[in-house]
Design a binder for this molecule. Structure first.
Ligand SMILES: Cc1ncc(COP(=O)(O)O)c(C=O)c1O
Length: 391
């Protein structure tokens, strides 16, 4: 199929739910992507957080190839070895817990919301935060603290109180006898790379302990090594009651998980929650390969080191260009807040072969693969530098 025909087919046959960039990709390897005209791009926002190992990591490929010829799918009323191994592995690297597997971040968050309500026995309210993003399904959307995503879809499920981020007083004021959980991203990704303060998070943990409420940490974007630890909560000296994972977990295959503290994990019993495709042999095998690669290739260390290097370079750009208001983030999750809209910058970067993202109109978002190198960072920075110079 030629490019024009592909665009035409999309126009005719695909629902127009995405703001699209007119690029057609046909091949990926590590941090690099090739388009249909053989032009090469450095991908510093691989898969909106999915591509933590970059594109087509050899360990993921090998695992998928091996599994696909043996057994692709088996429903959840039976057992298979990879789901057992993966759950054990996730629990080993997090906290004593049990895991529910599903397919997307929104679905994992829906699971957390349902579990909280069941656990609450009548208490059902969940406190969430302004500028948060938890997904597009109705309850996840109701939990999301950004009106623009909710417009036109009311009435949304009730039971969510959205309060100011990093404001413990606002949380205390929102508490009622019906509150059962607090749900947050420790770094708001779609919201503009906003970091939760340590004292704020300690305060949330204290409130949840005192009131016998659940602390749900949405690690859909921050999880699986993105911030230099396997899970972002590990920077904060707290243990959540639930974490939700998706995006990077499957190395490009669709898998998500809700990881629930052991004491409360049996709140959802047989028949109360399910997901047909959740945790199939194929995706679990891919996720096991991801976790193995992170350990074997010392990618957490690389994320910390390359993260430091990336922030050094971004801060140097900040000193050079008044256009940059602030640089913030952790590990390899970086936000560059501008004084102007970022759209033109993104377009010019694409022209020069660099893929990055812009969120909240003014925050450039860079989330390169965890195995990125100094050389790739230098190249990305050189392109960004030349684009900023031309603005
Ligand atoms: C923090 C967070 N939670 C949930 C989601 C929704 O994930 P999904 O698109 O897999 O449903 C996203 C997606 O960007 C996210 O960033």
């Amino acid at each position: 199929m030629k490019a024009q025909e592909i665009f035409q087919n999309y126009k005719e046959y695909i629902m127009p739910t995405y703001t699209k960039v007119p690029l057609i990709f046909v091949k990926g390897k590590g941090s690099w992507l090739w388009d249909i005209q053989h032009k090469v791009y450095l991908d510093f926002f691989p898969g909106w957080g999915v591509g933590s190992l970059g594109h087509c990591h050899p360990k993921v490929l090998a695992a998928v190839r091996d599994q696909v010829s043996k057994l692709i799918f088996i429903p959840n009323n039976y057992y298979h070895p990879s789901q057992a191994k993966l759950a054990k592995e996730i629990v080993y690297w997090s906290y004593p817990a049990k895991v529910f597997f599903c397919n997307s971040g929104a679905e994992a968050n829906e699971g957390a919301i349902k579990l909280s309500r069941k656990f609450g026995e009548g208490r059902f309210e969940i406190i969430t935060f302004e500028n948060s993003f938890h997904g597009r399904t109705l309850a996840a959307l109701a939990a999301t603290g950004q009106r623009k995503y909710q417009e036109g879809f009311q009435p949304l499920p009730e039971g969510f109180k959205i309060v100011k981020f990093n404001d413990i007083k606002a949380v205390e004021n929102a508490l009622s006898e019906k509150t059962i959980a607090i749900m947050l991203e420790l770094i708001q990704g779609e919201g503009g790379i906003n970091l939760a303060d340590k004292n704020f998070v300690l305060g949330l943990r204290r409130i949840c302990d005192e009131k016998k409420m659940l602390l749900i940490v949405d690690e859909v974007q921050t999880g699986i090594g993105r911030t230099g630890k396997l899970f972002c909560y590990q920077h904060y000296g707290i243990t959540p009651d639930i974490i939700t994972l998706a995006k990077a977990l499957g190395g490009g295959l669709p898998i998500a998980a809700m990881v629930v503290k052991k004491e409360i994990a049996d709140t959802l019993g047989p028949g109360m929650h399910a997901s047909t495709f959740g945790g199939s042999p194929l995706v679990c095998k891919a996720a096991l390969a991801v976790l193995k690669a992170i350990q074997k290739e010392k990618l957490l260390k690389n994320t910390q080191e390359m993260g430091e290097y990336l922030f050094l370079k971004l801060n140097a750009l900040k000193n050079k260009y008044k256009l940059i208001k602030e640089v913030r983030g952790l590990g390899l999750m970086a936000g560059v807040e501008l004084n102007v809209e970022g759209k033109t910058i993104i377009e010019k970067c694409i022209e020069k072969g660099l893929l990055i993202n812009c969120t909240q109109d003014k925050v450039l978002r860079l989330m390169p693969a965890l195995n990125t190198t100094k050389k790739e960072i230098d190249k990305a920075i050189a392109i960004l530098d030349s684009v900023l110079r031309s603005i």
